[in-house]
Design a protein around this ligand. Structure first.
Ligand code: NAD
Ligand code: UD1
Length: 337
């Protein structure tokens, strides 16, 4: 059986991917320090898959802890989700972000190298494209970051490209996610943001369940269909399936490559709000505000490379994403506990 180490595997995207991997016949070992998740996620993965994944509460900053995991398990490949991800926070505490996302990641890559495990799928982000000159965004577009979080993603991409250039045995896929939303159809796994959400759909979910009063729409004077920002929202279960295709590909090919994971469709803030209204069956109040600094008008993926290389493309539409987000919100008023 092929064994995959999933770092950050109790987190939002990691937990969906771990469940999907198990359901596709992989053995999964999860590493997480539980900074932004908890152990109840493991029981939920078990309820979905019938398998309780082996779990290490370990920090990627702990080199000895990493070594122990590779000593105790025959790992074939690693999917690396562990990291901090809040753009605003990364501007306030950049060193903490660089330490966790860069130093921690280098520890992981060193532990892999020492153990002879040289196949990796890395969580990058569409944030590495900065403000693109045109859409859809292709993988060969120039990269540019505007905040420390984005820089940690781009630096990891560069580090891993160098590792692959130095050693032909390495195989790395750098997956650039667009905007992951939604939740597992079972209602058992989903995103549980800390405090007041910054991202659109988690915020709308709180308006829908009455814990926030109204959505603040950041600007309606962009050159888009209705003036509000357009993004490529992708169902987290589609993203999870993309990782399975990626790990399969990485196990069969060498070298580094970059792949967008998006749907190729853009939706405006108001289109998403209206899809969510349909999902929850009520009107959701909103107010138009000033633009949010740093936001761009439109961002969506060119998905051709993902299809060509991985044979993967997204299946779910915006209504499915909002339906599953709402189902998770209703079933888990206190989060995953
Ligand atoms: P998440 O916070 O839900 O999951 C990350 C997990 O990593 C958490 O469970 C956390 O406890 C763990 N973690 C953090 N630092 C760690 C450390 N030092 N050692 C061990 N575990 C640690 O985030 P997510 O949304 O599932 O994102 C997963 C990855 O995908 C991240 O790298 C993120 O930057 C990237 N990404 C996310 C998005 C998004 O919108 N969610 C978009 C693009 C890229
Ligand atoms: C943000 C991050 C990006 C990350 C992505 C997915 C920034 C600059 N970028 O992207 O790095 O990969 O999340 O997690 O933070 N909106 C509102 N009201 C709200 C919230 C959002 O109108 O309360 C609008 C935004 O202006 C934007 C759209 O909704 O047009 C999506 O915003 P958001 O969910 O925060 O994602 P991004 O900004 O695309």
């Amino acid at each position: 059986m092929t064994t995959i180490l999933v770092t950050g595997g109790t987190g939002y995207i990691g937990s969906h991917t771990a469940a999907a991997l198990i359901q596709s016949g992989y053995e999964v070992v999860i590493l997480d320090n539980l900074y932004n998740s908890n152990e109840h996620v493991l029981e939920r993965i078990q309820t979905i898959t019938g398998v309780l994944p082996k779990f290490y509460q370990c920090d990627i900053l702990d080199k000895a802890g990493l070594k122990k995991i590779f000593d105790e398990n025959k790992i074939d490949a690693v999917i690396h989700f562990a990291g901090y991800k809040a753009v605003g926070e990364s501007c306030e505490i950049p060193l903490t972000y660089y330490e966790n996302n860069i130093s921690g990641s280098i520890n992981l890559y060193e532990a892999m190298n020492d153990a002879g495990v040289k196949t990796l799928v890395f969580s990058s982000s569409a944030t590495v494209y900065g403000a693109p000159k045109s859409v859809p965004i292709r993988e060969d577009f120039p990269t540019h970051t505007t905040n420390p979080y984005g820089s940690t993603k781009l630096m990891n991409e560069m580090i891993l490209a160098d590792v692959c250039a130095s050693d032909p045995e390495w195989s790395v896929l750098l997956l650039r996610y667009f905007n992951p939303i939604g939740a597992h159809q079972s209602g058992l796994l989903g995103e549980v943001p800390n405090g007041i959400p910054n991202n659109l759909v988690p915020y709308i979910a709180r308006v829908a369940n009455g814990t926030l009063e109204f959505l603040r729409v950041w600007g309606n004077d962009y050159p888009t269909v209705d003036g509000t920002g357009v993004r490529d929202y992708i169902h987290v279960c589609d993203l999870a399936d993309g990782h399975i295709a990626a790990v399969k590909y990485a196990l069969e090919h060498k070298g580094a490559d970059y792949i967008n994971l998006g749907t190729g469709n853009g939706y405006s803030v108001l289109q998403v709000l209206h899809a969510y209204e349909k999902a929850c069956g009520k009107e959701l109040p909103y107010k138009i505000m000033e633009r949010r600094p740093g936001d761009i008008a439109t961002c969506y993926a060119d998905t051709e490379k993902a299809f060509k290389l991985l044979g993967w493309k997204a299946k779910y539409n915006i209504d499915d994403m909002c339906r599953d987000s709402w189902n998770f919100t209703v079933k888990n008023p206190d989060g995953i506990v």
